[in-house]
Design a protein around this ligand. Sequence first.
Ligand SMILES: *Cc1c(COP(=O)(O)O)cnc(C)c1O
Length: 383
Amino acid sequence: MNQHLRPEPVPFIDIAAQRRRLGPAIDEAVTRVLTHCQFINGPEVTALEAALAEYSGAKYVVTCASGTDALLMVLMAKGVGRGDAVFCPSFTFCATGEAVALTGAVPVFVDVDEATFNMDVDSLKRGIATARKRGLAPKAVMPVDLFGQSADHDAIAAVAEAEGLFVLDDAAQAFGASYKGRRLGTLGLATATSFFPAKPLGCYGDGGAIFTDDAALAETLRSIRVHGQGSDKYDNVRLGLTGRLDTMQAAILLEKLKIFDDEIAARNLVAERYARGLGNVVSVPRLASGCTSIWAQYTIRLPAGCDRDGFAAALKAQGVPTAIYYPKSMHQQTAYRDFPVADGGLPACERLSDDVISLPMHAYLDEPTQERIIRAVRGALGA
Ligand SMILES: *Cc1c(COP(=O)(O)O)cnc(C)c1O
């Protein structure tokens, strides 16, 4: 094919467009940190924690080094470990179950609802019974707000309360979304999020945060973040991590937070245009009642019998990148296949892993470019 006729590739996530919009504000924020030289625990870290508390409505925010550390630190603070069971959806990024396994506890994988991609509460109940039959002590449930949409938090809270479990919300993809009018960060005992660059609120490296209304938990998390430090700096009172967020990343996030709501609105417009352009040829994501999404990913399901690799190749030839989140659910992966799954199996997770594919999604996707993507999808399906 003639090089010059090949369509110019569309970015999957356009981090550079956001960088252009933020312009000198980012350079100035970084320069301020380079000037004061408090690279660890600088004033921007405290300012970011206050800004995130205000944004989410959570009483306490503890920033940390990554979304994975955010999950792990809460489990460590609650003393989760050997003999305990923690319930996670299997259709998620591996960090959800990984944090559980790192404590020595057993992740018990449960199924998801095919319409929302989020935890199926009936499967959660079956998973709790499965854990008890195996002699494990059920301790916590970790709903994931997948692809940016909040999980069904009331239904999960009801089961957690009845069973004496605490809820750790994995909102790594969904900080900024809400459930029945409440922002994520205020549901359950604690909420974890990630500032990995490709997440909707991303920094320029790794970062994360924990949200909670529990003062004692927040204090323990602040200790775990610095090797389990006590009030005497040289008498460590528990095991911890090097779990801090860099001052530089905090300074960058403070600037990005200023435009975050505007970006969420733009992402919602992009999602609406996809739903209009594609709703009659593929299964497009739906919002459950009471749930909003910040559209971390726009994930469609291909019609039965459609060859996903061929579809992705056809789009690529048109300059349209795709990604598969997730081609294997956690219980299908080498490191996790020996952990228990809820009785009844996880058929929805397995079907989704077979037929999902994600399209370019970001706040700077303009209408003509999106039209190109929609035409490429329809063309690849012969629609
Ligand atoms: C990204 C992600 C994480 C982990 O975040 P990191 O900052 O990359 O450690 C955890 N859970 C989910 C669902 C994620 O998407």
